[in-house]
Design a protein around this ligand. Structure first.
Ligand code: PHE
Length: 438
């Protein structure tokens, strides 16, 4: 994390609500501030901590832990996760099997050392500031980036993995900033043979050289340049998979304590350059302190909210946390590339019912068309709430509930009633229904 970019203008976050089913799952799984009978203790996801002078964690943030939006089926963050994961599965295989292992359920509660020391962040680095992080106490925190897991996963023997998770940073809230957001980390390690194939008997990954802007001290220039090429083409391919070709992108030099050289990728979106990922050649010290083998590697971190906002035209980060069906239902399409978010109103709805006896050969869709023709954009939904057959006459009775709502103002009851009355009159006249007056 640099002090300027990914740390402060971080990748995006949100506010919390959800669809009915989604809300219940979320409430069940998200954490509550619990003092476990002892008001001086903090309990998160069953783990209890002693707060101290470093504590910056607040109850409303604790509630987000465990929500795992990136694992909720049909959630836009989950769709982005699946799309990128599939790209890596397809792109890199070993004997027909995916090379990358995927971790999307690692707890965001990490040691301060995992978040910072394990990725070589100096003790006085700005990214450690109390004002920028959610410290549980001086030893534990909510991870500020998924890079916190790089070292432990390499130590466990993996050489290609993706980590998807919620990350936490103290920041202001606006359309693209929220204290909780989601990242996907990727790490891939290469041996000489994996990088150069047949040519590897003539190449070497390591030398005792000099650290320059282009490479690290112990890397050969050819290894550094090949890996850079591999990293950049992979990420460009991934972005192209999401957005198609024809997108304007640019690479910008960056700085992270854990990679050198480092870059960020920016995408032109609505006339502005937006940074969507940070990446670089992994500092050799991270790899050599984790494994014995002779490998070099690259790492990258993608901001999922930002990618989803660009891909689906989502105007505000808080929408990712909404419980509103009108949001979540929009992401149920099969082809995610066809999804474009349609904004909906923040003004209150007015619900009005209409009951009628149907003529023979009545077509429900004729009624829907008629309602739309008369009500226009002020009609948000038409639902069938009751239907029965008269036991003696065999005539069908239907009751529809019409939701009226304006995108830009609060509708008055009089206005909605007038439309409703017109609809009733037209249905009687054109569809020959018999309106049931109560
Ligand atoms: N961890 C960095 C961030 O959150 C992103 C990153 C990951 C950069 C891996 C380089 C390599 O800002």
């Amino acid at each position: 994390m640099t002090s300027t970019c990914l740390m402060n203008c971080h990748f995006i976050g949100s506010i919390y609500k959800a669809s009915k089913t989604y809300l219940t799952t979320c409430i069940r799984r998200c954490s509550r501030l619990s003092t476990n009978g002892n008001p001086s203790m903090i309990t998160i996801q069953g783990q209890t901590f002693q707060p101290d002078e470093m504590t910056t964690l607040t109850p409303n943030i604790i509630e987000k832990v465990g929500c795992n939006l990136h694992n909720q089926q049909n959630h836009p963050l989950c769709l982005i996760k699946q799309c990128i994961t599939n790209f890596f599965y397809k792109q890199f295989t070993r004997l027909g099997n995916p090379l990358f292992s995927v971790y999307d359920n690692i707890s965001p509660i990490v040691t301060v050392s995992a978040n910072f020391d394990s990725v070589l962040t100096p003790p006085d680095h700005v990214s450690r500031r109390k004002g920028d992080n959610f410290y549980i106490n001086k030893d534990y925190m909510l991870r500020a980036h998924t890079s916190a897991h790089q070292s432990e996963l390499i130590k466990s023997g993996l050489d290609a993995f993706l980590v998807i998770g919620d990350v936490y940073r103290r920041d202001h809230i606006d359309a693209s900033h929220y204290p909780v957001f989601h990242q996907m980390e990727g790490v891939q390690l290469y041996s000489n043979f994996q990088l150069f194939g047949e040519k590897s008997n003539k190449t070497s990954l390591f030398e005792d050289g000099e650290r320059t802007v282009e490479k690290q001290q112990f890397h050969t220039m050819i290894a550094a340049k090949s890996l850079e090429h591999q990293l950049k083409t992979t990420l460009e391919g991934c972005i192209q998979e999401l957005f198609g070709s024809g997108l304007e992108i640019k690479w910008v030099d960056a700085e992270f304590p854990f990679t050198h050289p480092s870059w960020e990728l920016e995408i032109k979106f609505q006339g502005e350059w937006l940074e969507v990922l940070g990446c670089g050649i992994m500092e050799q010290e991270i790899i050599s302190s984790a494994i014995n083998g002779q490998k070099i590697g690259y790492a990258f971190g993608l901001g999922l909210e930002r990618l989803a906002m660009i891909l689906f035209d989502i105007p505000h980060i808080k929408l990712f946390w909404t419980e509103d069906e009108r949001f979540l239902n929009q992401f149920k399409a099969k082809d995610i590339c066809s999804i474009k978010f349609q904004p909906y109103s923040k003004y209150p709805p007015l619900l009005m019912d209409i009951s009628y006896w149907c003529p023979p050969n009545y077509e429900a869709n004729d009624f829907h068309d008629l309602v739309r023709n008369i009500g226009g954009d002020l009609v948000e939904a038409v639902e069938l709430i009751d239907e029965f057959v008269h036991p003696k006459t065999n005539v069908i009775s239907r009751c529809n509930r019409i939701t009226y709502r304006s995108m830009d103002r609060t509708l008055t009851k009089e206005e909605a009633s007038q439309i409703h009355w017109k609809i009733a009159a037209a249905a009687e006249h054109l569809l020959k229904v018999d309106i049931r007056k109560k």
